[in-house]
Ligand binder design. Structure first.
Ligand code: FMN
Ligand code: SF4
Length: 430
């Protein structure tokens, strides 16, 4: 079922104004934590909620916060990841645009919990409007005394800064994001050390996704236990799913975790356009393996989607119908990952280009049957051999399309043309 917690006020045009936000109980949770709770108690409450990160990997937020060393003499930082770079994903921008104080309050609560005096929100360069909404909200929060020195007389100081990036996919990866925030090229860092111990300016840092942090005000207001009862036992709460592709009603939908994917696609999404048959679903942004129509009843929670052979990832559900040329899909995604590789490790830098060139050769009608095995061999030589998961992500669409739709590759090689008529964004020549 649709369950609007984060989206409760998303349609109110006045919601971005701080007075509207406050009139609906906004900033009460932040006031509660700074006046009545110790940082450890806030972390405990978030742990109790069971909330897992909404940025992709699904790591428990409370546990991540507890990794920040309490006795470190260094300053601590909170970084909100608003890079939103995963193809198929467009939820964080909606929160930043339409309920920016929910994000600011979540960031403030998290900052207090980990003992940070500075919080940054890193927003992708193309997101002019979300960035301006966040800047406006932060200014208003300073004016009302929710940011700055001695907040609400509590003795707690917090500065909040908006930082826009250049729009590189890799800058969504937390260590590349931190490098970019420091003014360096957006390339990844080898872990360990993890950011919680050595992050921004080599100081303890927590990086959390916009949606993850937007839940904090609700968790504090209603209690971790309340939150843990929503969703499933191990995937608590709601998630915003970004439904795109060949559905009648694409859009962002907030659902209780554990809701069947068929409900999202057929009931909310209105089913497949033009009465066509469903062919393939990417359930969690382009970095997650493709699922076939027999998996449409898979429950949208972290465990069930893994059991079905994919991942919940960033919540970007991409639907493709029977006219979709899967070799073309692989080519477009291969181009994306080749273009976005930061170039730091050889298997990713060279391998993504080889993947792209080999698929393009097949697509252009010059492929040989052994190219399919060459592609799989390339995948083996990239996966697990790179610094960050972008290399693995690049392999996923290629392996998926070969494993599930090998006949389409073979048809291209034998007949120099696609097996299916490609009407899926055929204007894009990736
Ligand atoms: C290539 C790549 C791109 C990523 N892009 C994003 C992104 O745009 N937004 C995001 O929140 N996390 C992104 N992540 C995940 C982050 O590294 C990090 O795990 C996340 O921000 C942590 O927040 P969470 O614990 O709240 O999920 C990306 C990871 C990789 C490997
Ligand atoms: S896997 Fe790719 S994107 Fe990630 S660090 Fe290596 S070269 Fe950069």
């Amino acid at each position: 079922m649709e369950k609007k917690l984060l989206f409760a006020n998303i349609d109110d045009p006045k919601q971005p104004e701080i007075d509207t936000y406050i009139s609906k109980g906004g900033y009460e949770s932040f006031k509660k934590v700074i006046k009545e709770m110790k940082p450890e108690e806030v972390i405990e409450e978030v742990k109790k909620s069971g909330i897992r990160g909404r940025g992709g990997a699904g790591f428990p937020a409370g546990m991540k916060w507890s990794f920040v060393p309490k006795d470190s003499p260094k300053p601590k930082y909170l970084v909100c990841n608003g890079d939103e770079s995963e193809p198929g994903t467009c939820k964080d921008r909606v929160l930043m645009e339409h309920d920016p104080h929910l994000v600011v309050e979540g960031m403030a609560i998290a900052s207090y919990a980990i003992g940070a005096g500075h919080a940054f929100i890193y927003i992708r360069g193309e997101f002019d409007y979300p960035a301006s909404q966040m800047r406006k909200a932060i200014d208003q929060a300073y004016q009302k005394g929710f940011l700055g020195k001695n907040i609400q007389g509590s003795g707690y100081d917090l500065e909040m800064i908006v930082h826009t990036g250049g729009g590189a996919y890799i800058c969504g990866e937390e260590t590349a994001l931190l490098n970019s925030l420091e003014g360096k090229p957006g390339q990844t860092r080898i872990r360990p050390p993890f950011p919680a111990v050595e992050g921004l300016y080599a100081c303890p840092t927590v990086v959390n996704n916009v949606e993850t942090l937007s839940n904090m005000s609700l968790i504090i207001k209603n209690g971790g236990e309340w939150y843990s009862k929503i969703g499933t036992e191990k995937s608590t709460g709601t998630r915003i799913f970004c439904l795109s592709g060949h559905v009648k009603n694409p859009g962002n939908y907030e659902l209780e975790l554990g809701t069947p994917m068929s409900y999202l696609i057929n009931d909310l999404g209105g089913g497949i356009v033009d009465g066509k048959k469903l062919k393939a679903i990417i359930p969690g942004g382009s970095s997650t393996p493709i699922l076939t129509p027999d998996k449409i009843d898979t429950k949208l929670d972290f465990e069930s989607v893994v059991e079905a052979g994919s991942m919940l990832g960033s919540g970007g559900v991409i639907v493709m119908h029977e006219d979709t040329d899967m070799v073309w899909v692989a080519k477009v995604l291969a181009h994306f990952y080749m273009h976005e590789s930061c170039g730091e490790c050889t298997p990713c830098r060279q391998g993504t280009k080889w993947l792209h060139d080999t698929i393009t050769r097949i697509y252009n009608g010059h492929g040989k049957m052994e190219d399919i095995d060459i592609l799989l061999d390339l995948c083996d030589n990239i996966e697990g051999k790179t610094i960050c998961p972008l290399g693995d992500a690049a392999v996923i669409p290629i392996r998926s399309t070969i494993n599930l739709f090998r006949n389409e590759y073979e048809h291209y090689i034998n007949h120099k043309k696609p097996l299916v008529e490609n009407k899926f964004m055929s204007f894009v020549n990736g």
